[in-house]
Design a protein around this ligand. Structure first.
Ligand code: MLT
Ligand code: MN
Ligand code: ZN
Length: 298
């Protein structure tokens, strides 16, 4: 048993370029100076025959079309066993609507995330007799595909943007935001596309993992504000920055992990640029900047 991972989309919500963004990265992605990247999702398998998709991005249709391992294997047969959701954000759930053509698969998420989907009747397009919605509690292992074990790990985060009302707790630990531990054949990978801060518990869990795919949304907490693109810090959006004293590079110092990959990168992030100092800094710290199509076998 091995663990195969394909990054279907390495960008955060909005993608690169984001439709309404005129930042330098987005402009360069429109003119071919930077490669466009699609929104946040990965696929995992232990046998390359049965896959689980972790987060269903609005770009899922294209992502499936360009990933041969996920092409149909018969007239109406897909090598897709299940979809697992890490939160209720648009970039992680809207792609469920692309999976509506009477295809069987299981849908795993916390009860809180299932409740959000249940309150939105548009998701009822997924026929419940074909797509069972399976609530899973944090810390309790389940089998998302043959040969794989998965466990939801609550991490600091917040409710989805469209459910924010009044004061927002940005680093809640509960059912709103989870990472996923996936295991096969003694190998362990963690997929954590959103994390507001490192905790002692998370640090201890990550120790010794073979692979961690982690929230790389922003390089610096105030990146969007300084670029004149918004009023919010990364932390307000539920994402810890890569750089700085409380950033991800510093937080992973002393955590022994086989491979570290940034995913869920916002279009403003300077690490998208191959030749910039920020890319050099993350690579010097042992990180890979995830890309659409990045494949890793453990
Ligand atoms: C996020 O990761 O912060 C969300 O995807 C933002 C959004 O809903 O656009
Ligand atoms: Mn997101
Ligand atoms: Zn942009």
């Amino acid at each position: 048993m091995t663990l195969h991972v394909v990054v279907l989309g390495a960008a955060a919500g909005g993608g690169l370029p984001q439709w309404n963004c005129g930042c330098s990265n987005c402009n360069d992605a429109r003119t071919g100076r930077l490669r466009p990247r699609s929104q946040s999702s990965i696929a995992v398998s232990s046998d390359r025959q049965n896959w689980v998709i972790l987060n269903a991005s609005p770009d899922l249709r294209d992502q499936l079309a360009r990933t041969p391992a996920l092409h149909p294997t018969g007239p109406r047969q897909m090598p897709l066993a299940s979809v697992v959701l890490t939160n209720g954000d648009i970039d992680h759930v809207a792609g469920l609507l692309c999976l509506r053509e009477r295809q069987a698969f299981a849908l795993y998420a916390t009860s809180a995330i299932h409740d959000i989907l249940s309150r939105n009747p548009v998701f009822d397009v997924l026929d419940a007799t074909l797509v069972p919605r399976v609530p899973v509690a944090g810390g309790v292992p389940f089998a998302p595909a043959p040969g794989l074990s998965a466990t939801l790990i609550p991490v600091p985060g917040k409710v989805p943007l469209y459910l924010e009302r009044g004061a927002v707790e940005t680093a809640l630990i509960g059912e709103q935001t989870v990472g996923v531990l996936v295991e096969a054949g003694g190998k362990r990978l963690y997929y954590i596309p959103g994390c507001a801060m490192m905790t002692d518990d998370l640090r201890a869990r990550l120790q010794g993992a073979d692979l961690v795919l982690f929230d790389g949304t922003l390089w610096s907490d105030d990146e969007m504000i300084r670029a004149g693109l918004g009023q919010k810090t990364g932390r307000r959006m539920g994402h810890m920055p890569i750089s700085g004293p409380d950033g991800t590079l510093a937080a992973f110092d002393g955590i022994d992990v086989g491979r570290k990959v940034f995913v869920h990168l916002n279009n403003t992030n300077p690490v998208w640029r191959d030749d910039g100092p920020e890319r050099a800094e993350v690579e010097a710290a042992g990180w890979i900047v995830g890309d659409d199509g990045t494949e890793i076998t453990l």
